[in-house]
Design a protein around this ligand. Structure first.
Ligand code: SAM
Ligand code: DTB
Ligand code: SF4
Length: 328
């Protein structure tokens, strides 16, 4: 394996090249990923990002993995958009717990312009607390992306989620191209892009390779790459999905690191089920960000103290904000 091209941060990646990485002996792949990580992130810290669901459930889309789709009976209660004060309380707690980034998620297919005005106000106020801001609100028009950028939004999260040829098996209410269009508007607005996917939905290895190739070939590739492990939620069509081999998940993290060397690769949903050993391997493979706090949007996540302890035991340093009030 030629390692020099893997350390090139602006190379394009064919599906075949990504598949070739999957086929490497596991230890060779881990060594290459680790070398890439050390080259591009010599400080080796772990970013902490906290999620808040600012508008939960009742979503008209049919994403087969999602507990917030109105059409599935998952026990999630739909809510209206949260009030500003409640969002600020959560952001202050996240800051006190050491988080660097606060990500506001809404179960919308696409926001209305009046929703954007309200979220823009939240963004301004959260940013004034000294946190990095991120939002994930569904599909955006160019003018909406610009309004969020003008309010001070640092990142917009919008995932490709899987390969183009597997997309229709999981989501029928929108097209892959809709995702690409929103990502284009976000990039043109000047915001940083947070874009990744879900692994373990029944896709083939080639389809995983295709997802990574699409992400790595976005020009430029995303600054943040959340790699979610499917959380099989009761009531969703993927509830009984056969579990993925954990080593295949670790491989995917390593390949995301190698193909997008300067990105923050976030070990995202599904950490509770992965356990400590697999998470440790993901950090070795180059993951350098986590969702931090006991809740994702509607499902569970490890307790903050448990995560800080894990990082400490592994000798990893969280990238904490300066005013954190937490100690392990
Ligand atoms: N509605 C917006 C959208 O779809 O872009 C934003 C919120 S949506 C919940 C954000 C992301 O959460 C999805 O793109 C998907 O990657 C992730 N997600 C949702 N349910 C999940 C699950 N059960 N397991 C893993 N990831 C999940
Ligand atoms: C992302 O890629 N993962 C996060 C965030 N972006 C918004 C969401 C994970 C959601 C997991 C299912 C839930 O908690 O509802
Ligand atoms: Fe709606 Fe987003 Fe869930 Fe799809 S992933 S059902 S768009 S909240």
């Amino acid at each position: 394996m030629n390692t020099t091209h893997s350390l090139n941060s602006s190379k394009s990646w064919s599906i075949q090249e990504v598949e070739a990485l999957y086929e490497l002996p596991f230890n060779d792949l881990m060594t290459l990923a680790s070398k890439t990580h050390q080259t591009f992130f010599p400080e080796g810290d772990i970013e902490l990002a906290t999620l808040l669901s600012i508008k939960t459930g009742g979503c008209p889309e049919d994403c087969g993995y999602c507990p917030q789709a109105a059409r599935y009976h998952t026990g999630v209660t739909a809510t209206k958009l949260m009030e500003l004060e409640e969002v600020l309380e959560a952001a202050k707690s996240a800051k006190a717990a050491g988080s660097n980034r606060f990500c506001m998620g809404a179960a919308w297919r696409e926001p209305k312009d009046r929703d954007i005005e309200k979220v823009a106000e939240m963004v301004r106020e959260v940013k004034a607390l000294g946190l990095e801001t991120c939002a994930t609100l569904g599909m955006l028009e160019a003018t909406q992306a610009q309004a969020l950028k003008d309010a001070g939004l640092d990142y917009y999260n919008h995932n490709l989620d899987t390969s183009e040829d597997f997309y229709g098996a999981v989501i029928k209410t929108r097209e892959y191209q809709d995702r690409i269009d929103t990502l284009t508007h976000v990039r043109h607005s000047g915001m940083s892009v947070c874009c990744g996917g879900i692994i373990g939905m029944g896709e083939t290895r080639r389809q995983r390779a295709s997802l990574i190739s699409r992400l790595a070939n976005l020009n430029p590739y995303p600054e943040s790459v959340p790699i979610n492990h499917l959380v099989p939620v009761a009531g969703t069509p993927l509830e009984h999905q056969e579990p993925l081999d954990p080593l295949e998940f670790v491989r995917t993290i390593a390949i995301a690191r190698i193909s997008m060397p300067k990105a923050r690769v976030r070990l995202s949903a599904g950490r509770q089920a992965l356990g400590r050993a697999v998470q440790a391997m993901c950090f070795m493979a180059g993951a350098n960000s986590i969702f931090y706090g006991e809740k994702l949007l509607t499902t569970g996540n490890p307790e903050a103290q448990e995560d800080l302890l894990l990082l400490k035991e592994l000798g990893l340093h969280p990238k904490m904000n300066q005013t954190a009030e937490i100690a392990v």
